[in-house]
Write a protein that binds this ligand. Structure first.
Ligand code: HBZ
Length: 833
């Protein structure tokens, strides 16, 4: 637990982050200058938005200077770089983060104050940059923050979606989706780079030709070409020594393609073509953990990979011309899940077809350049593309995949397992059957030099259950890198009160070296420190209560337990089990108004994929239950239920500092890691969780006594599945469980409309309860009861919260980056002077 590793109080006085000699007066002048000369307005009539943009522009003066220095240093050193290919980057807001990382947040706040402005109001102007669905996208955002902070040469590559994840509204308690308009009026955080535009071919056919020396070549005649325009978002490392970039590609119709149509009088046709090309980067697919399988999505994936690889090659060629021997020593490409897996055949195509390398040399380069991160074991999330679709959109790539597969099966699988067709069928990149499919996970494993899972147990399951034969074939290829989160955004910036206390106790270097927080464990039993810590938690809860009132109209008691579940809505994450527990508490209170429990506010933040009917039904049910419970005078406010609309990074930043309980209740074996669990524990919340994903490592760090673990572990889940799980057994043997399930069939929560919540009961009984919520229910309910009684012991509770904050150092994404660097990327730091 807390004190097992050495404390580092010697580092207490280590150098502060940053900095620039930017004082309040300079900042004020700079904001005014930008208000006048960049925004063309003045202080008497400037809108909040104009103030925000002027503040961003003032910060950008420093950001751009450091960006230039960084690019110069990287070019001169010609160091190896990582290219993080990800279809999603869930950045959230940038201004506050940049000010913190530049070390000028306080100067900016004071400057704005002198100018009559409140920085929190100004920061609230900024829409979230929500170019991601959930954990996978937010992980990418934390990773690029850490890479810049640690001075590693790195570029994030992704898609410049016009519309990010949909805005969620509730109408009659149901989720409706509205378009997200994050850059309706432009964004001061990105720079367009027309000089680095790329062309992306699509569709068409492949011709076999012979060159002058009689060698057979493949020539792809694309049916269309679209243009990729790069937008660069500067990524400011903490202390702002390094400023890396996130390069996002926007699709447009290619210039040379539709002018002919235009000139021939086909203005309307050319407009249609423009619209088609622009559709590619128009919207983020809102699916999390299910496969969309749509042509447009494959085109999106290929589009950003093709642009990114050409960009990487352009930069490499500038230094190395046509000498490919150093490509894989200079470059590593990390695939964030299989969404960018088509980059593997694309690099083969570029090297073989366009740069005339022979197959073997090209394949060696590929296999030395790509590494793949797996984020899921759910079968429905493993990407597969119909061969027929692939053939239509990317005919040359399909040929290349066939050739990769043929050689792999003949030269590697056959050698290891001679004559074993069963294993060949399992390992083949092509799935045979009624409709043949390209398995993107298989392609990623075969084409990479390393494959990692995202938490210890997940990485074990990737080897043991998902890819056992690949693990046997490629010993050492599979590894683990446990996820992490940036402590700058997820503690320093979002929880200023706690940050100030921590700085006072351990010095100001903890946002880099989160292990320094171990030092506060020695105050865990100190009543004065406990009071300071708990006063901060209460102040954060008071703020959150105000936000809840503003967003939902529900009044909550800040001294109640704030019990929080924030994550995408999915059956495996088991919000429905939380729902059943809420009903159980409500029922106990109705049966006995003096039922002994601390007042509790159960808070949800979650979006459901628009096509995921049951997930949307669960949101509806929770909203209906909330309405009923919150207005029921009989329970005297002891239980409240709040579903915050439009959950996003910015809401998470407000909720996490105010949490008492962190619900991490997935069925063991299904949550690859989780990262919200880390953010909540770092801010003091106690985890009510299963032994799944990173919960296991959180419990190891904090000590079992400082978390509330319940439920089956992975082995028990697998044993029950093997034996045959019957949810009805639990229904009939647990009267409380039966009562709350039956409640869902009545019109108690939907007056006059019985049956509106029945789909949840049906999925749990007739539907077989695939994620075993009923099997874990009693143990969950007991863990919640235990959490409740621990909350009553004020000193014990404070102690547990303090230990949680003290022991989360491992989950710094800087540590994750150092793991990747050591085990996979082999980068060296490039200091920027
Ligand atoms: O990645 C999440 C995992 O569920 C979570 O356990 C893990 O901590 C996190 C980071 O490793 N996975 C996702 O967030 N997945 C997606 O968002 C997703 C998006 C599009 C898809 C499939 C999945 O097509």
């Amino acid at each position: 637990m807390a004190t097992k590793k050495t404390t580092a109080s010697a580092k207490k006085k280590a150098a502060p982050a940053a900095s620039f000699s930017l004082n309040t007066t300079d900042f004020k002048e700079s904001i005014l200058k930008h208000l006048h000369s960049t925004l063309g307005t003045d202080e008497n009539k400037a809108s909040n938005r104009a103030w925000a943009e002027a503040t961003a522009a003032a910060a950008n003066d420093f950001v751009y200077e450091r960006l230039r220095q960084t690019q110069k240093a990287h070019f001169e050193a010609d160091t190896r770089a990582v290219h993080y290919l990800s279809a999603e980057f869930l950045m959230g807001r940038l201004l506050s983060n940049n000010l913190h990382n530049l070390g000028v947040f306080d100067a900016a706040a004071d400057a704005l104050k002198d100018l009559g402005q409140d920085i929190s109001v100004i920061l609230d102007e900024e829409p979230d940059m929500a170019l991601g669905n959930g954990g996978l996208g937010r992980l990418a955002a934390c990773f690029i923050d850490s890479l810049a902070t640690l001075n590693y040469p790195a570029i994030g590559y992704g898609i410049h979606y016009e519309h990010g994840l949909f805005r969620q509204e509730f109408r009659d308690n149901r989720q409706i989706e509205r378009p997200d308009e994050w850059r309706e009026y432009g964004s001061p955080f990105e720079i367009c780079r027309p000089e680095s535009v790329q062309q992306v071919p699509l569709f068409g056919y492949v011709e076999t030709v012979f060159d002058e020396t009689g060698n057979m070549k493949k020539k792809w005649h694309p049916g269309r070409v679209i243009k990729g325009i790069p937008w660069d978002v500067p990524i400011v490392g903490y202390g702002a020594e390094t400023v890396n970039i996130l390069r996002l590609w926007e699709s447009r119709a290619s210039d040379f393609f539709n002018w002919d149509v235009f000139n021939a009088g086909g203005y309307i046709d050319s407009q249609a073509e423009n619209a088609e090309a622009e559709a590619v980067s128009k919207v983020l697919y809102p699916n999390d953990e299910t496969e969309a399988g749509k042509q447009l999505r494959l085109i999106q994936q290929y589009f950003f990979c093709a642009c990114s690889l050409k960009d990487i090659i352009r930069r490499y060629s500038r230094a190395h011309g046509n000498d490919w021997s150093k490509f894989s020593t200079q470059n590593v490409m990390q695939l964030n899940d299989t969404h960018p897996a088509v980059a593997i055949p694309e690099l083969m195509r570029l090297l073989v077809d366009e740069h005339d390398l022979n197959w073997d040399d090209a394949w060696t380069i590929c296999r030395e350049s790509f590494a793949y991160t797996n984020h899921t074991l759910l079968p429905e999330a493993l990407e597969k593309w119909d061969v027929s679709l692939f053939e239509r959109v990317l005919p040359r790539h399909l040929e290349i995949i066939y050739e990769i597969n043929r050689r792999f099966l003949e030269d590697e699988v056959e050698v290891k397992w001679p004559g074993n067709d069963e294993i060949k069928a399992k390992l083949s990149i092509i799935e045979e059957g009624d409709s043949r499919k390209v398995r993107m996970g298989h392609l990623s494993v075969v084409g990479s030099f390393k494959v990692n899972g995202v938490a210890q147990i997940h990485s074990e399951l990737v080897k043991k259950d998902l890819f056992p034969e690949y693990d046997a074939l490629f010993p050492g290829k599979f590894t683990n890198v446990t996820n992490g989160i940036t402590p700058r955004r997820w503690l320093k910036a979002c929880n200023p009160r706690l940050s100030a206390l921590l700085t006072e106790k351990v010095g100001e270097n903890w946002p880099r070296d989160l292990e320094l927080l171990r030092d506060i464990a020695k105050y865990a039993d100190d009543p004065a420190f406990q009071k300071e810590y708990m006063d901060i938690k209460l102040a954060n809860k008071v703020d959150m209560a105000a936000t809840i009132l503003e967003l939902t109209g529900v009044e909550v008691d800040p001294t109640a337990i704030f019990d929080i579940q924030i994550k995408r809505l999915h059956e495996y994450k088991r919000q429905q089990m939380n729902l059943l527990h809420i009903l159980a508490l409500y029922r106990r209170l109705l049966e006995n108004p003096d039922y002994d429990m601390n007042p509790r506010v159960v808070i949800f933040g979650s979006k459901a994929a628009p096509g995921y009917k049951l997930a949307k039904d669960i949101i509806y049910a929770l909203n209906c239950i909330a309405e009923k419970v919150n207005s029921d005078a009989r329970i005297k406010g002891k239980l409240k239920v709040v579903f915050l609309p439009n959950y996003r990074v910015t809401i998470a930043e407000k909720l996490i500092p105010a949490a008492d309980l962190s619900q991490q209740i997935s069925l063991a074996g299904y949550e690859a890691s989780g990262t919200g669990n880390m953010k909540l524990a770092l801010n003091g919340a106690l985890t009510v969780g299963t032994l799944d994903g990173a919960n296991i490592e959180i419990a190891e760090e904090a000590g079992e006594e400082n978390v509330c673990i319940f439920g089956m572990n992975v082995d028990e889940v697998q044993a029950l599945q093997a034996q045959g799980y019957n949810p009805w057994d639990y229904y009939y043997s647990n009267p409380e469980l039966k009562a709350v399930l039956d409640w869902l069939d009545t019109d108690y929560f939907t007056p006059g409309k019985p049956g509106e919540l029945s789909s949840i009961k049906r999925s749990l009984l007739d539907g077989g309860d695939p994620y075993m919520a009923l099997a874990d229910f009693q143990s969950y309910s007991d863990a919640q009861k235990d959490a409740d009684s621990r909350y009553s012991d004020k000193a014990g509770w404070a102690r547990a919260m303090i230990i949680n904050t003290a022991t989360m150092g491992k989950f710094n994404s800087d540590r994750s980056m150092e793991d990747y660097v050591r085990d996979i990327w082999k980068l060296t730091k490039c200091p920027v002077k």
